[in-house]
Design a binder for this molecule. Structure first.
Ligand SMILES: Cc1ncc(COP(=O)(O)O)c(C=O)c1O
Length: 444
């Protein structure tokens, strides 16, 4: 069964996400995983520095999660969760999540992933403003560099042009502002202003330009992931919260990557004492063992929804909303993460990872190293003075690291780290030393 060519040939029957024949020419064919390690059909052992796609927080091969799925599937894998029916695991998980991330966010709607969660948030924001008698509030402000997913609305909330180019025309009503990127800020900074203040001012200016009476919500990832692991300055989100409240605009936090411990807090806005009106999550709610995501809304939004007349229900939902097996796995996954105090692990081991990665700044092509908890980015540049991005070199390093048994993710010119939170100290050091050895081997 380990004839890799046979599997690669058969793999042609499926289309892969972000597919191009060149980028899928030599795929890794993964057979199994254990902890932070992946094993391919042709015998490679790879340290998964990305926890799959930022999501396998408890690591691979957890029997407890397999057992939870088995028990639930044996009894009843699925029933409809549309109004008029419910099931026990979705009730229990929603109860567990009430107030878990932020006080005052006690209502959960389940989806199968992060894109659906964000679409749900956009539609709910519009529904909310119609209920409040302000139907003109329909626009969304997001940041350049943001990634919010792949449904049509999430695509155009995303602030990365390559996701738009072949799928236009763009949806109307999505506006983008500069991200709070301390290494290369694209906005304008006034004398005496911090980057956090300048980036927050960009939001206020966009609201005024569009007209607050037309804006439904602002959406942001607390730490930008796909856009290059951008950790915001600490004054940014408190200012954002204040601006959204003052202009009567909902704040949607997309914690699809940062939720469930990754940054060293259960949810990342807690680093700055800030609370959103709508929270979206996915990925690590099940550590990737089942397809589950969702959104939480504030009590005020929930109460407003309750005022709807019967002929104007919230006509939204998916076949797999509140999927019984996925919710059962989510419950067990949360139990494991709480039992082993994963946010604290992420905090401690994240500091170790960041310290290790900072030693790589000795290379002329390492422009910036940043991170929060166990999500870090190493930005590759042509040289430190010009800061000119070098995505070709980042790609070369990614491929060479993979050949050295380390899986990272090249995001433009940034190499991302987001390992399983079950990683231990030796494995953290191993990631750093494998990347260091890879950099040593690149002649520049
Ligand atoms: C911040 C963020 N939001 C949304 C999504 C979309 O989630 P999904 O791929 O589960 O639809 C992602 C996926 O990587 C993400 O990183």
């Amino acid at each position: 069964m380990n004839d890799i060519n046979k599997w690669v040939e058969k793999d042609h029957y499926q289309l892969h996400p972000t597919y191009h024949p060149k980028s899928h020419a030599n795929p890794l064919v993964i057979e199994r995983g254990e902890g932070v390690w992946l094993f391919t059909v042709d015998g490679q052992k790879i340290l998964d520095g990305m926890a799959g796609l930022w999501n396998v927080n408890v690591g691979y091969g957890r029997e407890e999660l397999a057992q939870a799925a088995y028990e639930q599937m044996k009894g009843m894998a699925f029933t409809s969760n549309f109004a008029g029916m419910t099931n026990l695991p979705s009730i229990q998980l929603a109860e567990k999540l009430a107030g878990f991330a932020y006080r005052g966010l006690n209502t959960t709607f389940f989806t199968s992933g992060g894109s659906e969660a964000n679409d749900s948030a956009f539609k709910t924001a519009r529904y909310y403003w119609k209920r409040k008698g302000q139907p003109g509030k329909y626009k969304f402000i997001a940041r350049r560099g943001a990634y919010h997913g792949i449904t049509l609305a999430a695509t155009f909330a995303t602030g990365l042009e390559k996701y738009h180019t072949m799928f236009g025309p763009a949806l109307e009503g999505f506006v983008h502002i500069p991200a709070p990127n301390a290494y290369r800020f694209e906005g304008t900074q006034r004398p005496g202003e911090t980057i956090g203040q300048a980036a927050a001012r960009a939001l206020e200016e966009a609201i005024i330009k569009e007209g607050a009476e037309t804006v439904a919500a602002f959406i942001a990832e607390p730490v930008m992931g796909v856009g290059g692991v951008i950790v915001p300055p600490s004054d940014y989100f408190p200012l954002i919260r204040e601006i959204c409240s003052r202009h009567n605009i909902l704040f949607i936090a997309d914690e699809v990557i940062t939720g469930f411990g990754r940054t060293g807090e259960w949810f990342a806005l807690n680093h700055w004492g800030v609370k959103p009106d709508i929270l979206t999550f996915a990925k690590a709610i099940t550590s990737g063992y089942a397809q589950l995501g969702g959104m939480q809304v504030s009590d005020e939004i929930r109460e407003t929804m309750e005022t709807a007349p019967e002929n104007e229900p919230w006509m939204h939902g998916y076949t797999y909303s509140g999927h019984a097996m996925a919710c059962a796995v989510g419950l067990k996954n949360l139990e494991i993460m709480e039992r082993d105090n994963y946010p604290q692990r992420a905090r401690q081991l994240g500091q170790r990872l960041l310290k290790g990665l900072e030693t790589l700044k000795e290379f002329q092509f390492v422009g910036d190293v940043r991170g929060l908890g166990l999500v870090c980015g190493v930005e590759i540049v042509a040289d430190k003075d010009s800061k000119q991005p070098d995505p070709a070199l980042a790609m070369q390093l990614f491929k060479a690291a993979q050949a050295n048994g380390l899986r990272l993710r090249p995001l433009g010119n940034t190499l991302a780290f987001s390992p399983p939170l079950c990683i231990n100290e030796d494995e953290v050091d191993e990631m750093v030393s494998r990347l260091g050895a890879t950099m040593d081997g690149i002649s520049r």
